[in-house]
Ligand binder design. Sequence first.
Ligand SMILES: Nc1ncnc2c1ncn2[C@@H]1O[C@H](COP(=O)(O)OP(=O)(O)OP(=O)(O)O)[C@@H](O)[C@H]1O
Length: 255
Amino acid sequence: MALLEVKHLKKNYTNRFGGNQTEALIDVNFSIEEGEYVAIMGESGSGKTTLLNLLASFDKPTAGDIILNGLSFRSIPERNLAAYRRENLGFVFQDFNLLDTLSLRDNIYLPLVLSGEKTEVMKRRIEPLVKLLRITDILDKFPYEVSGGQKQRAAIARALITEPKMILADEPTGALDSRASDQLLGLFEKVNTAGQTILMVTHSTKAASHADRVLFIKDGAVYHELYRGSLSHEEMYRKISDTLTVLASGGKRDV
Ligand SMILES: Nc1ncnc2c1ncn2[C@@H]1O[C@H](COP(=O)(O)OP(=O)(O)OP(=O)(O)O)[C@@H](O)[C@H]1O
């Protein structure tokens, strides 16, 4: 059974007077197996953020269904959605989304505090994570006292500490310089190799070249997908660039 199934997903936005519909997603279908590392690419306005917001259950689809870990989002009562999201998904955003009034340690603990976890569990979970992410020595600092790369690593620790079924990452390298981006991509690979499923939306060909599979969205649907197979990062990079060129020139499906 796939970990995530997206079936005939459709999202229309209407303006506040009920007219002028934008068809952001028309018919999106794909599934993700446990342990996969998938990147989603597409031109600006192709519907990537819309898709991510639906997967995160921040917004509701116009039609279609999302099934995570065997459970349809439709079947989860509104009041249980936040808890379901916290238990199953970890989020990594471009702008880190850390709270400036909390130390990195407390930022990382936050989702467990919200779900009422015991202090011993929090302490036990944070240790190996911050060691892996190399932020053990700066846990008492505040977000404004550390670098962008360190903030992003703390955000990854916060996403992983709940032991989520899936990480949803929105442009995770977007605010990082190239060295910090490389480090983040190395870390994503490491946690993925350890079994963590990752779904990452990105504009960066380099970031996408690290994934096992890349889905390309165009005109509100999945237009094409590329599998890494045994390709190196460089070979995958070239294939993605070629696909993006065809996409930008309005080329045909299944390049
Ligand atoms: N809240 C909204 N109300 C109306 N239209 C919207 C809304 N959010 C997005 N759209 C429209 O839906 C389409 C898809 O937007 P979306 O933000 O999902 O694209 P994207 O691929 O994430 O773009 P980018 O790469 O620039 O972030 C666009 O035409 C956009 O203008």
